[in-house]
Design a protein around this ligand. Structure first.
Ligand SMILES: [Mg+2]
Length: 383
C-alpha cells in the first residue's frame, strides 16, 4: 500500500455544553482529522485530539510533526500489516508526538483494511461484542443546567471532574448521587489539581463517600506522590493514571514506580490502536486493569476506533466517550457512531465493515466553522 495524498484538517466544532475541568475549559472541539488517499484510490480517515496539558501537543504541532515525515510517507511502501505496526509502534514514537501518530495510524489502519478487504477487528485478534457499555463523564458546571442533559442517559457508572476544593467536590458528588441514584459507582478525575497535602485529605474523605477511583491526582511528573496514595489507599480506591500515561515508556515507568493501580488508555494520547494495545498488554502482564478514556469532542472516527480497541481489549473496566452529536453540534458523517440513551453502542454496527466502519463525508470535514474567535485556517494540505 502506498500513500498518494495526505491532508490535515483542524476541526473546531461548537459543543452543545461547555466542557470544563481543572486544566481546561472548552466550548468547541479541537481535533485533527487526517484524510489519506492511497495510490489504489482508497480514501481513509484518522483523528486525534492533541492536548497541550497531556502530550504537549496542539493542532499546530501535529501539523508540524506530520510535515517532517511527509516525504518519507509518500516514498514508503507498506508491504504488510507488520510494516505499519513496526513504523507506528517502534519508529515514529521516537520522532513525533503521540497524537500525531494516532491521526496517521487510524488512517493507515482504515486504509489497509479497506484496500485489502480484511476486517480490522479480526486482523487484530478481536471479536465484536453484542453491546459496548459507556460510562458518563460530568464536567464542571451548574448542576441545575447539567441535570436535564445527563439524566437522559442510563449510565451505570459516572465520573465527575473535581478540583482542589474538598467541600465543593463533596457537594457535587452528592448532587450526582441524587441524579444517578446511590447505586451508581462514581469515579473522580482530578486532572492534576491536587498537591500532596490536599491529595491525602481528599483521598480519605472520598473513600468515605465510596468513590471507586481517583484519576490523575497530581502533576504527571509526581510519580512518588501518586505511588504513596496507591500504596496506602489503593486497596480501597483505584488510583488511575491519565495525563501521566502517554508513551509505552511512560507506562513502563509508572509500573516500575508502583505509581498507580489502574490505567486510563486513550487512543489519541497513546498513539492510536496499536500503541494503546501494547500498553494494555503490558498492563495486563503486571496485573493493572485498564479503561478506555476519551477526550471531549471526539468525532465518530475516534469513537469507532475505540470500539475496535474494546473488541480486542475485552476486559476494560470502563469505556468513556461516544457522545457524538449529544455533545457536538455536528459530526463528520451523516450517521454518527454514538451511544443511545442506555449509554450503549450495539456491536451490530461493526459487523461486515472494513476499515474503522465510519462513512466520513469530506464536506463535513472541510466545512469551516463560522465562529469569530477562530483564527486558524481550518484546513491545510500537506502537498
Ligand atoms: Mg482524565
Amino acid at each position: 500500500m502506498k500513500i498518494k495524498h495526505l491532508s490535515i484538517h483542524h476541526l473546531q466544532i461548537p459543543m452543545r455544553i461547555r466542557f470544563a475541568q481543572s486544566n481546561s475549559d472548552a466550548k468547541r472541539s479541537d481535533s485533527v482529522v487526517l484524510r489519506l488517499e492511497t495510490e489504489a484510490g482508497t480514501v481513509s480517515y484518522g483523528e486525534s485530539c492533541p492536548r497541550p496539558y497531556v502530550t504537549g501537543e496542539s493542532y499546530a504541532s501535529v501539523y508540524k510533526d506530520l510535515a517532517t515525515i511527509e516525504k518519507e510517507l509518500y516514498q514508503r511502501f507498506f508491504e504488510s500489516f507488520d510494516d505499519i505496526q513496526e513504523y507506528i509502534c517502534f519508529d515514529l514514537p521516537n520522532r513525533i508526538g503521540m497524537a500525531a501518530i494516532c491521526s496517521l495510524e487510524l488512517a493507515l489502519l482504515d486504509a489497509w483494511s479497506r484496500e485489502k478487504h480484511v476486517n480490522l477487528i479480526e486482523l487484530l485478534g478481536g471479536q465484536i461484542r453484542g453491546t459496548y457499555n459507556y460510562t458518563g463523564v460530568i464536567p464542571f458546571g451548574n448542576t441545575t443546567k447539567l441535570k436535564p442533559i445527563i439524566s437522559r442517559f442510563q449510565f451505570k457508572e459516572a465520573k465527575i471532574k473535581v478540583n482542589a476544593d474538598l467541600e465543593e467536590n463533596l457537594e457535587r458528588i452528592n448532587q450526582m448521587k441524587a441524579i444517578f441514584g446511590p447505586e451508581v459507582p462514581i469515579r473522580v478525575d482530578v486532572n492534576s489539581d491536587w498537591n500532596f497535602a490536599t491529595g491525602l485529605e481528599q483521598t480519605k474523605r472520598l473513600i468515605e463517600q465510596n468513590i471507586t477511583c481517583i484519576e490523575q491526582p497530581f502533576d504527571p511528573a509526581k510519580d512518588g506522590a501518586m505511588a504513596y496514595l496507591t500504596q496506602n489507599y489503593g486497596g480501597w480506591v483505584d488510583i488511575m493514571a491519565d495525563e501521566s500515561l502517554t508513551t509505552y515508556e511512560s507506562a513502563c515507568r509508572l509500573i516500575q514506580n508502583g505509581a498507580c493501580n489502574r490505567f486510563n488508555i486513550k487512543l489519541s494520547k497513546n498513539g492510536g490502536i496499536l500503541n494503546a494495545l501494547r500498553i494494555y498488554q503490558l498492563a495486563g502482564h503486571h496485573g493493572i486493569p485498564c479503561q478506555l478514556g476519551a477526550h471531549f469532542g471526539e468525532t465518530s472516527i475516534l469513537t469507532a476506533a475505540g470500539l475496535v480497541l474494546a473488541s480486542i481489549a475485552s476486559d476494560l473496566r470502563a469505556m468513556e466517550g461516544g457522545m457524538g452529536t449529544f455533545l457536538l453540534e455536528r459530526d463528520v458523517c451523516a450517521q454518527p457512531i454514538m451511544i443511545d440513551f442506555n449509554a450503549q453502542i450495539k456491536g451490530e454496527i461493526l459487523a461486515g465493515e472494513y476499515g474503522l466502519g465510519v462513512k466520513v463525508e469530506d464536506d463535513l470535514v472541510f466545512q469551516k466553522v463560522e465562529v469569530n474567535a477562530i483564527k486558524d485556517i481550518s484546513s491545510f494540505s500537506l502537498s
